[in-house]
Design a protein around this ligand. Sequence first.
Ligand SMILES: NC(=O)C1=CN([C@@H]2O[C@H](COP(=O)(O)OP(=O)(O)OC[C@H]3O[C@@H](n4cnc5c(N)ncnc54)[C@H](O)[C@@H]3O)[C@@H](O)[C@H]2O)C=CC1
Ligand SMILES: O=C(O)[C@H]1O[C@H](OP(=O)(O)OP(=O)(O)OC[C@H]2O[C@@H](n3ccc(=O)[nH]c3=O)[C@H](O)[C@@H]2O)[C@H](O)[C@@H](O)[C@@H]1O
Length: 481
Amino acid sequence: MVKICCIGAGYVGGPTMAVIAFKCSKVVVTVVDISSQRINAWNSDHLPIYEPGLDDVVKQCRGKNLFFSTEVEKHVSEADIVFVSVNTPTKTHGLGAGKAADLTYWESAARMIADVSKSDKIVVEKSTVPVKTAEAIERILTHNNKGINFTILSNPEFLAEGTAIEDLFYPDRVLIGGRETPQGQKAIQTLKEVYANWVPVEKILCTNLWSAELSKLAANAFLAQRISSVNAMSALCEATGADVAQVSHSIGTDSRIGPKFLNASVGFGGSCFQKDILNLVYICECNGLTEVANYWKQVVKVNDYQKTRFVNRVVSSMFNTISSKKIAVLGFAFKKDTGDTRETPAIDVCKGLLGDKAKLSIYDPQVTEDQITKDLSMRKFDKDHPAHLQPASPTSIKQVSVVWDAYEAVKDAHGVCIMTEWDEFKKLDYQKVFDSMQKPAFIFDGRNVVDVKKAREIGFIVYSIGKPLDPWLKDMPAVVA
Ligand SMILES: NC(=O)C1=CN([C@@H]2O[C@H](COP(=O)(O)OP(=O)(O)OC[C@H]3O[C@@H](n4cnc5c(N)ncnc54)[C@H](O)[C@@H]3O)[C@@H](O)[C@H]2O)C=CC1
Ligand SMILES: O=C(O)[C@H]1O[C@H](OP(=O)(O)OP(=O)(O)OC[C@H]2O[C@@H](n3ccc(=O)[nH]c3=O)[C@H](O)[C@@H]2O)[C@H](O)[C@@H](O)[C@@H]1O
C-alpha cells in the first residue's frame, strides 16, 4: 500500500487528497495541518471549506483510506510520498516585500520532513512556488544527510475554487516535473501511477522541474491577463456604447481566442492570481527582465484600476457623495460557490465606499460576519497566512452591518452593489427590491448578473460593467482622479 501524507489541509490539500483517496482505494492518504481547528472541521460534519460535491467524496473515504490529523511528524515519517500544500503568500516585509513569495511555511515544512524522516521519500511541491524553489528545497532536505534519499517533484495544482471536485475528477491535464535523472524519472513514474487511476495517461504531462514550476505561474498569469484584457475593453465599451458581452462573444468565437475567461467584472480576486503574478514580476526583475516584469505588472494594475473605476462610478452617480447613505453590498466571496474571500474585489470596493463614508449592509450566502469584519480590518496580503497568525477577534466597523438576507440588505438603501455572481442574485424579485429602496434607486452591477433592460423598466438607474451607459450616468466622469 502506498502511503501519502499531505502537509496543509486547506483549499488545495483537502480536496486534492480527498479525490486521490476516493479514486485510489489502494492508497492511504493522511492530511495533516498545524491548525487543530481546521483538522477538527475536516473530521466533522461541517467541513472547513464550502465546495460543491466535496462532502460526498470526503464522507465516502474518511476513516477508510482518508484521514485528517494534527500529528504532522508521525504521518510524515511514515509516508512514501509527502505532498506539501502550505501557504505561499506574498511577502509583507523585507526583501521583495509586496511581490516575492513568502516561503516561510514551505521552508519549515521541508526542515521538519528532513528532521523526522527515517526512510526514502518523494516530496511533492503542490503549493505554487517560484521557479527554482525545488533547488532550495533539495538543499534543505539534504542538509543533515542521514543517508535518506529525497526526490523532489513539482506537481502544481490547477483546480479552481467552486469547481474543485469537477476539476480534480476531469482535469485538463496533470503536470509532473522532476529531475532528468534515473531517480527523478522513477519518482515521476510513481506519482504518474497514482493519477493514472482516473486520469487518462495522455493528460499526464511530464516535464523537467523548472518547466513545471514556471508553467503554474504562467498559467495563472495568462488567465488573469485575459480578465484584465476584457476589463480594459469594458472601460472602452462604456466610453463608446459598445457592449462588452457582445464583444466577448464576438472575439471568443474565434477558435484561436476561445470563449472562456472573457467575462468582464469588477476585477479578479482569489488568493492566487495577484500573488502569483507579483511573484512572476519579482522573478523577472531578479533576472534583469524589466520589460517583461512591467508587462505582467500591468495585469494587476488594470485589475486595481477596475475596482477604483467601480467605486468612482458609485460615488459620482450618487451626486458625488455617498456620505451616510446606505449601500447594500450583495456578495462578498471572490466568486460564486465558495466562501473564500481572499483578495476578493469586494474588500477593495467596500473600503473605497467606506472611505467616502457610506454605510454598508453586506450579504453573502457563504461568508460570516466575523470573516467580513476581519477582511475589512486586515492589511493587504495578511490574509493568506495560516489562520493562527491572523487577528483573533476583529473589532467591528461602525459603518458596516452584515445581514443574512438580500432583501434585508437592500431595505432603505440608496444603492445596491453586486460583488459576487451568486445565482440567487439573478433570481431576486427586483420589483420588491426597488419598492423597498430610497429613490432614485441605483444598481451597480459588478458581475453583469442583472437584466439591465428589465431593471431600467422597473425604474432603477443601472450601471453594469462594460454595458451601454444609463443616460443618467453618461456625463458623469468614469474615473475621478
Ligand atoms: N486555493 C486555490 O484554489 C489554489 C491554491 N494553490 C496553491 O496551493 C497552496 C495552498 O493554498 P490553499 O490550500 O489555498 O491555502 P490554505 O491557506 O487554504 O491552506 C494551507 C494550509 O497549510 C497549513 N500550514 C501552513 N504551514 C504548515 C506547516 N508547517 N505544517 C502543517 N500545516 C501547515 C495552514 O494551517 C493551512 O491550513 C498555495 O501555494 C496556493 O498558491 C494552487 C492552486 C489552487
Ligand atoms: O492557482 C490557483 O489558485 C487557481 O486560480 C484560479 O482559480 P480560482 O482563483 O479559484 O478561480 P477562477 O475561476 O479562476 O476566478 C478567479 C477570479 O477571476 C474572476 N473572473 C474569472 C473569469 C472571468 O471570465 N472573469 C472574472 O472576473 C472570478 O470572478 C474570480 O474573482 C485558476 O482558474 C485555477 O486554474 C488555479 O489553480
